[in-house]
Design a protein around this ligand. Structure first.
Ligand code: SF4
Ligand code: SF4
Length: 207
């Protein structure tokens, strides 16, 4: 056997009595430095459910699921750490700047995906005529708040304000959604496609 050199022997003895250079993780928590890009986290107060973060995510790590049941329409956004590359695009492009942020969490080990997948749910607003998605309630309110008095230039926003103030003109919703949209339905919450259909019909009558 080759004999150790004196310097190596000296270092080996010294290391027996000195603290290790590596961290004591996982026995002790590891504090990551500022700017470390760990697991993203949704924040209930800041997220309005617009879905922009899912659209910009290059790894498709944010899943959007919509339940279009008229009784309780919802949009679920789920972050899937298994796909996430921690690029921070979701945080940079969040329209409120407060809806999703990268944490310092890096130890994302799990037995089942459900343990680490993290979701946030929002109430959806559907077109009262065709049932397609207009947006989430929180997102529409956020836009109204941002544009202020200018929101009175948009029929749906007026509708939304009236509805929240309970001063809405009562226009009965059609039971048969297959029927042609009527002019008075313009006073209901309808999607841009249905609103356009009303305007086109109106133009046919008046020109
Ligand atoms: S950090 Fe990047 S990969 Fe991860 S969820 Fe955000 S955008 Fe997607
Ligand atoms: S508010 Fe931000 S976090 Fe919420 S869905 Fe929109 S972009 Fe994503």
């Amino acid at each position: 056997m080759k004999k150790p050199k004196l310097r190596e022997l000296n270092e080996a003895i010294k290391s027996l009595f000195s603290r290790p250079h590596t961290t004591r993780f996982p026995r002790e928590p590891l504090n990551m430095p500022e700017g470390f890009r760990g697991k993203p986290q949704f924040y209930e107060d800041g997220c309005v459910g617009c879905g922009a973060c899912a659209q910009v995510c290059p790894a498709k790590a944010i899943e959007v699921e919509e339940n279009l049941d008229p009784a309780n329409p919802t949009r679920n956004l789920t972050h899937i750490p298994a796909y996430c590359i921690n690029c921070q695009e979701c945080e940079r492009n969040c329209i409120t700047g407060q809806g999703i942020k990268l944490t310092k969490q890096f130890d994302v080990s799990y037995f089942s995906e459900e343990e680490v997948n993290h979701s946030i749910q929002h109430q959806l607003v559907l077109c009262s005529h065709c049932g397609s998605v207009i947006g989430t309630k929180k997102h529409i309110l956020w836009v109204i708040n941002r544009v202020g008095s200018l929101s009175f230039a948009q029929a749906n926003y007026i509708e939304f304000i009236q509805k929240s103030l309970k001063i809405q003109a009562i226009i009965p919703e059609k039971q048969n959604k297959e029927e042609k949209i009527e002019r008075e339905e313009i006073f209901n919450l309808i999607c841009p496609k249905c609103r356009r259909a009303v305007y086109l019909e109106d133009e046919k009558i008046h020109f």
